[in-house]
Design a protein around this ligand. Structure first.
Ligand code: NAD
Ligand code: ZN
Length: 348
């Protein structure tokens, strides 16, 4: 299902000739319109009519208004049930385009052509589509798989470096939960640029795909992908509420440090491994000042998190580099200790 594209995009062209689609709608945002669409169109060989759908860039656009706008355009353009949506973009485009495709006329086909590192290694895989509602992320959506994922890593050459770093956090996570060799290769990269990261994209995608294949609906092992995301999401929300958003990857890096330390406090991982991991993450991500948020405020969000039941706080934690546990319930006392540990790192 995942295919890497050659210079001529021949795998994609082959796919488009095999399946007969009535029309092709390429969804882009303003940045992928400028940087990626010319490359895609320059290589596409198809007799099927192509239309371009453009949305503004940014997470703020991942909402119901944009979805309505896209449903309306598809309707006005008489898109039928044999139309294909091609999501050419980052996670916002793949989540939004997947959702619109999954719901328009009760579902039309879509493919993902991810253009950010985060979308390649994470968002394009696994069939979660959706939009944000009020200030809650991904509140409304579906589990709907793309027909195919076509990856052209060279798209990363125009991606801003902070966005590259954001996706890199998810790659580190994949190594930590499933593959020590992957973690080792990633932490050995000295300059985090597209050229040095591209050789590792394939392995990271495989890890996510393998996990999703075992547990599509996130009833068990898929939860391990939430490592770093419980505390990470909580801080991400607090910074967002203050209109000082941090990158998702920065939040995940912060969350992975706290949750690694928490794994040690819960006697799941050795002190030595814990230190190695935290050192590895810190060599790529600088610590973030979280002093304006109290432990109570952070924990309050964790308790409300949709992943928790009966007010127990569920975590996905680590046994060692390459092996994770899920549904591990932690006491607030240890969560607070892990947050205080992070606060101390910022002071040193
Ligand atoms: P994004 O889609 O907003 O892209 C980040 C920025 O990079 C945007 O400004 C975009 O226009 C720009 N951009 C994209 N490709 C580019 C390129 N090749 N060159 C230059 N600029 C480019 O953000 P993202 O980080 O890719 O994705 C975040 C979204 O993904 C969030 O909404 C998150 O909820 C979602 N997500 C979904 C899943 C899932 O399983 N469905 C998993 C993780 C994240
Ligand atoms: Zn994430």
């Amino acid at each position: 299902m995942i295919q890497f594209l050659d210079q001529n995009f021949s795998q994609l062209n082959h796919f488009l000739t095999k399946d007969t689609y009535s029309r092709i709608f390429i969804l882009v945002d303003e940045n992928t319109h400028e940087n990626c669409l010319p490359i895609l169109l320059g290589n596409l060989e198809t007799s099927t009519e192509i239309e371009i759908l453009e949305i503004e860039a940014g997470e703020e656009m991942k909402n119901i208004q944009t979805a309505i706008h896209l449903w309306e355009i598809l309707t006005e353009m008489h898109a039928d049930r044999k139309a294909l949506i091609v999501n050419l973009g980052g996670g916002v485009v793949t989540d939004m385009g997947g959702f619109v495709a999954a719901t328009y006329k009760r579902g039309i086909s879509f493919i993902n052509v991810p253009t950010t590192l985060l979308a390649m290694c994470d968002a394009s895989i696994g069939g979660k589509t959706g939009i944000d509602l009020m200030h809650y992320k991904n509140m409304v959506g579906t589990f709907s798989l793309p027909e195919h994922i076509f990856v052209y890593p060279s798209f990363l050459s125009t991606l801003p470096s902070d966005q590259l770093l954001s996706g890199f956090a998810e790659m580190l996570k994949h190594g930590l939960i499933a593959d020590k060799n992957h973690w080792n290769s990633l932490t050995q990269i000295s300059d985090l640029d597209a050229e040095n990261i591209i050789p590792h994209v394939k392995r990271s995608m495989e890890i996510k795909q393998n996990v999703v294949d075992k547990d599509f609906h996130e009833e068990n092992i898929r939860k391990t992908l939430n490592f770093g995301h419980t505390i990470g999401h909580s801080l991400e929300s607090l910074f967002l509420e203050d209109n000082t958003p941090i990158l998702h990857g920065e939040a995940v890096a912060l969350g992975m440090i706290c949750e690694t330390y928490l794994s040690k406090l819960e006697n799941l991982i050795s002190e030595e491994q814990s230190e190695t991991i935290i050192k590895g993450i810190r060599s790529k991500f600088s610590t973030i000042d979280i002093s304006k948020y109290s432990n109570e405020a952070i924990v309050a969000i964790l308790v409300n998190d949709k992943k928790n039941s009966n007010s127990n706080i569920n975590f996905s934690l680590l046994h060692c580099i390459g092996a994770a546990v899920f549904n591990h319930q932690c006491q607030t006392e240890n969560i607070v200790k892990s947050l205080n540990y992070y606060r101390n790192l910022c002071n040193n």
